[in-house]
Design a protein around this ligand. Structure first.
Ligand code: OOG
Ligand code: NI
Length: 466
């Protein structure tokens, strides 16, 4: 009997969710089709350069999902489920104050952490937990009822959790068990037709549509599945041409002539979906909810902490100029980018703003060793001589402000928040306690990858390359 390794399980899981979600939200299939077309066109136009940030195979298969759970217990369980697919918590996002619009959740992303695992299949899931104990959103009475409701439900059956633990422990499962795991895990994220208590849902929705989506129903579901494109502006244009109204802006960095950094995302509101309700008068029948959406993203180079500080400053500068003299956000942002961000990869690397890996060019071993002999050698001198090739490290994570923007722009109603109250404290350490395992710092992962490539180079050249 064949054995399925974690990455194989992960690839099959992404595919299985994609099939299910395509049936649930047909516009998702359109988005995937247009993404594939845009990627093919981009490849045809740009040639090999198009694959600088990932092979076309990887990019075409690449998805991220988003799910939302209601409590630390549920978060710990979902961590066990994802571990079966080689997906581990990375990063901490507090969307409660990511911008003036705030959402009552704290989040992490479950994803592969090793470069070779990412290359095999990079599936990741942005996972949010309702901060049901935050008094700014929920008063004492509502907190109690909310926590009660969530404690009563079971998102992940014992059988799924046990099988997931087994996969994680063994590093995979045999075929029959793998099929069973996939079936149970996919079902756990399927939109449920259990009746939704109408009064309860609306009560929560008055505070936050996200709170209602999480705590107003008896199960969780994929909120969106996001394909990756190589040219998000072209995708935006083609989607609008098909009559699909996108949100007003692409979130994140603007389009410009220099290197793509971090992450650009845009989305559209999905249609309303039929759900079964239990109404206030006791009747049960169909109604509609509109909480899911379509999203697409373009990934760029991972920034170092210094690069990230610059990014935040550029965003703040963009906000400041917009507030002062108006204008279109992307145009203003592009102006700021041109003033402050180096417009080449080389420039980014030299100023320590972005992460790269370095490899010997083909046949360059002897010449490189000669150049590097003796004193410590800067890797970019070797790059200049053509002995070493620099490759950008792709940003594999998320952006809190874009995430909050994506959440908000697809919601109805502003919700409410009482800022006279102090919020509850959540941070990466609390998140580690919740999921019962380390939460990786994305910067440390990128820095380690860059350093490992420099170490390998030093080793190969019997020299010190920095
Ligand atoms: C998650 C929103 C964040 C992203 O791509 O930034 C996100 C959600 O809507 O549950 O998916
Ligand atoms: Ni997303």
């Amino acid at each position: 009997m064949a054995f399925q390794e974690l990455w194989q399980l992960r690839a099959a899981f992404a595919l299985s969710l994609s099939e299910m979600y395509g049936k649930e939200v047909p516009a998702y299939n359109t988005l995937v089709d247009v993404s594939t077309k845009v990627n093919e066109e981009f490849m045809a136009k740009e040639g090999a350069e198009a694959e600088r940030l990932g092979s076309i195979e990887r990019v075409t298969a690449e998805r991220h999902g988003a799910i939302r759970v209601g409590s630390p217990t549920e978060m710990a369980q979902v961590a066990r489920v994802f571990a079966a697919f080689g997906m581990y918590p990375v990063g901490f996002y507090d969307l409660r104050d990511a911008s003036k619009s705030s959402v009552p959740v704290v989040s992490t992303a479950f994803r592969p952490v090793d470069a070779d695992e990412l290359a095999k299949n990079p599936f990741r899931v942005f996972t949010s937990m309702l901060a049901a104990d935050d008094p700014r959103f929920f008063d004492e009475d509502l907190q109690a009822r909310l926590q009660d409701f969530i404690t009563q439900r079971t998102l992940f059956p014992q059988e799924l959790l046990a099988l997931a633990d087994k996969a994680a422990e063994q590093g995979g499962l045999d075929d029959a068990e793998a099929a069973h795991l996939l079936e149970l895990a996919t079902a756990a994220f399927k939109l449920s037709d259990d009746p939704v208590d109408h009064a309860w849902y609306r009560e929560l929705e008055n505070i936050s549509a996200v709170a209602a989506d999480i705590g107003g129903v008896s199960s969780t579901h994929i909120n969106h599945l996001t394909p990756r494109v190589l040219d998000i502006d072209e995708l935006y244009r083609q989607m609008e041409e098909l009559g699909i109204k996108m949100i007003d802006e692409v979130q994140g960095p603007p389009a410009w002539e220099g290197p793509d950094i971090l992450l650009r995302q845009t989305s559209f509101r999905a249609l309303s979906e039929e759900r079964i309700f239990k109404f206030e008068n006791g009747t049960v029948g169909p109604g509609t909810l509109r909480v899911r959406f379509g999203e697409v993203e373009q990934r760029g180079i991972a920034l170092t902490p210094a690069g990230r500080i610059l990014y935040d400053q550029m965003l703040a500068e963009t906000d400041r100029r917009l507030a002062e003299s108006g204008g279109i956000r992307t145009d203003v942002a592009r102006e700021v980018w041109r003033e402050r961000l180096p417009n080449t990869e080389r420039g980014l690397a030299e100023q320590g703003l972005a992460f790269f890996t370095y490899h010997l060019a083909e046949g360059a071993q002897a010449a490189a060793a000669e150049q590097a002999a003796g004193a410590e050698t800067s890797v970019w001198d070797l790059v200049d001589a053509g002995h070493v090739v620099a490759e950008p490290i792709v940003y594999e994570d998320f952006l809190p402000r874009s995430a909050a923007g994506i959440f908000q722009s697809n919601l109805t109603g502003e919700g409410s928040r009482d800022d006279a109250q102090a919020g509850t404290d959540y941070d990466i350490t609390v998140m580690e306690q919740i999921v019962g395992r380390p939460v990786h710092d994305p910067n440390e992962l990128y820095a380690a990858q860059q350093q490992a490539s420099l170490d390998a180079l030093s080793e190969a050249l019997k020299a010190t390359v920095t």
